[in-house]
Design a protein around this ligand. Structure first.
Ligand code: C5P
Length: 225
């Protein structure tokens, strides 16, 4: 096989959490480190892909040679992904916040009087993976989602192929005892229409390399390149 089998292939990757502002100093977020998505972008770039990484706030350095677009919210992430199209491959590893605060405050919120409670109204964020996967035009020919599950990992991921409209799901068990969320390692199952394949416990870099190798093989088989 060629050393750079993804030469000339454009790969879009999302990574990291999103931050959904409450007021100028506070936000809703999650514990995603962005490591898995950054590793996927670096691995794609290493195989010669023209790689764009759309990332929420993380502590990581952008991978060398990867066009990196930094965003904060889910809405911004979707807009940046759409702006990055057309792409041949879309890999959606970001842990997008499911909700945003419906009306963010322009001023820092004050503590309320004793006994009183503060409530936020939440609005649902766009599903970036589903939005891109269901495009009538300009859909990447291979759309890959990630699924973080705490139970029935493969069954839930298989159902997600349909609800998200994607081609592959990389599913992982993120129950707290696994240490995956924010950690260095990952035990994943690659779920496709053909079935599920369980990979051994691997570093996130190795998961990324295997995934992009598989992508390169699939493109070669389907005659893409
Ligand atoms: O539904 P769930 O959040 O488990 O789906 C996870 C997959 O969907 C991941 O690939 C994630 O990047 C993507 N996703 C997204 N936009 C959302 C929620 C999830 O792209 N708002």
């Amino acid at each position: 096989r060629r050393a750079r089998p993804l030469e000339g292939v454009r790969v879009l990757v999302t990574a990291g959490p999103t931050h959904e502002p409450i007021d100028p100093v506070r936000y809703l977020a999650n514990r995603s480190s962005g490591r898995q998505g950054y590793a996927v972008a670096a691995a794609a770039q290493a195989l010669g892909a023209d790689t764009v990484l759309v990332t929420g706030p993380t502590a990581l350095a952008p991978p060398d040679g990867v066009e990196t677009v930094k965003v904060e919210t889910a809405d911004e992430m979707l807009a940046a992904c759409e702006a990055a199209l057309p792409a041949d491959i879309g890999i959606f590893a970001a842990a997008v916040a499911d909700w945003r605060v419906k009306s963010r405050s322009e001023e820092k919120l004050k503590k309320t009087a004793k006994e009183a409670t503060t409530a936020f109204e939440l609005a649902e964020n766009p599903d970036i993976l589903r939005t891109i996967a269901s495009r009538k035009t300009g859909r990447p020919r291979l759309v890959i989602g990630f699924a973080a599950e705490t139970e029935n990992v493969v069954a839930n991921a298989t159902a997600k192929l349909e609800t998200k409209g994607c081609d592959w799901i990389v599913a992982n068990d993120v129950s707290p005892e696994t240490g995956v969320m924010g950690g260095q390692e990952n035990t994943v199952h690659l779920v496709t229409a053909e079935g599920a394949e369980s990979w051994p416990k691997l570093g996130k870099d190795e998961v990324a390399r295997r995934l992009v190798d598989r992508i390169a093989d699939t493109l070669a088989e389907t005659g893409g390149r």
